[in-house]
Design a protein around this ligand. Sequence first.
Ligand code: NAD
Length: 472
Amino acid sequence: MSRARPDEVRVLEPSSEELLRLVPSTDAAELDACVSKAEDAARRWQSLSLEERGGLLLRVADAIEDEAEALAVLESRNVGKPIAEARGEIGLAARSFRYYAGAVDKHLGQTFPSPASLHYTVRRPFGVVGAIVPWNFPLVLTSWKVAPALAAGNAILVKPADLTPLTALRLEKICRESGIPEGTVQILVGPGRTLGRALVEHPLVRKLSFTGSTAVGRDIAARGGALTKRMTLELGGKAPNVIFADADLEQALGAAVSACFANAGQDCCSRARVLVEQSAYPEAVERLAGAIEGIVVGEPLEETTEMGPLVSATQRETARAYLDGALAAGARVVCGGQAPDRPGYYLTPALVDRADPEMAIMREEIFGPVAVVHPFRDEAEAVALANDTEYGLAASVWTGDAGRAARVAQAIEAGVVSVNSNSSVHLTAPFGGVKASGLGRELGMAALDAYTEEKTIYHAIGAVSSGSVQAA
Ligand code: NAD
């Protein structure tokens, strides 16, 4: 077995538990040098015209597409996700760069006309920004931070999860080879508690964008908040999928299965709580169980695989502990939850019913292939159950009644609600959570707000006024 030196990280392949790559790590003590390099790079990056900046982002998009298959294979092997899912994600990463290439010159400030003044705002980049990402969608989440940060004129230091740094490292090289000044995008691999914290607390990193668990997000909020850092926090979720009896049940239940088990349930928007109206409940449990038992669990690179292993032994143990806890508390495991006798962190997709709303399995994020199904009597109870968690990231409502769809979509506490759909994330629209699911919004033009500060300039052109508060 190859041993990692203290300055290396061992990256494993979850389907075999074997070593995939040894990756050099950055010590927290080296961060100062990385930040100074990024400051120099940011100045060079900001000296380019907006057209040049946009052109370089387009080149990054093209380069990702040129090596899409190699990136998809790398992502699939490193995370353990089915190759088809990985291909979709690489396409999304490329589209992020294309979108923000077009946005570079379209979000620049406002003017406030007055006879006495030229009064306007300019959006200023921070200079050096920091990003910390989790292991579930490594390249996509990195791209959702790098592309808007660059479009806004910043340099960015990204700390990927130790488990899955490979495609992010490749993106750093793609950016450099595409002509983005060296140092503008730096991927720094290392532990969260040392390198991650050092990035959060570095005085010259003025803005932080974090995606990960709520517990770590709170630590970052406390440390970064004490230094008045600007922050975007994309945190955990326990999304409800509310299915009324008047919905197209075939469509709703089919979608419910993929909404729970895509990426082996390791998705912040996973609709892991399936809430079904009482009259459709028995049929729903039976149909869900049949569909879940039919999910093809296998090698991530096999084209027919629908679910791969979990990312790590720890993640599998967490999911199993939730199942054991639910069983001990009186719930029933309808199907799944077994670890097959083979290498890899596999766990068959599980469905749980007869869970009390107070149980952990109904309220806490599991981040694994475990779904819970629960009945409701009416609209009011559906909304109460949907909101009965500290999280509020995503949700779905399935119904044939447009009025009810609108009422329930308004009443559910979540950053994004989809009606008759599982879809949560669109590049062009703001994305983020409420309650314990986060702070601020990413994607769309909202991301350009988040990677800039708006500065107001009041330029008197008429009678000179000395007051500090003016009417328009
Ligand atoms: P995590 O919070 O454990 O780690 C995320 C990142 O933070 C990693 O890079 C880690 O090394 C780093 N980190 C850990 N401790 C740190 C600290 N004290 N200071 C600074 N950095 C630190 O999360 P995870 O297990 O990698 O990912 C799963 C979580 O991510 C889930 O809770 C999931 O819901 C969440 N997530 C949220 C979104 C979203 O958009 N809201 C998207 C994907 C994942």
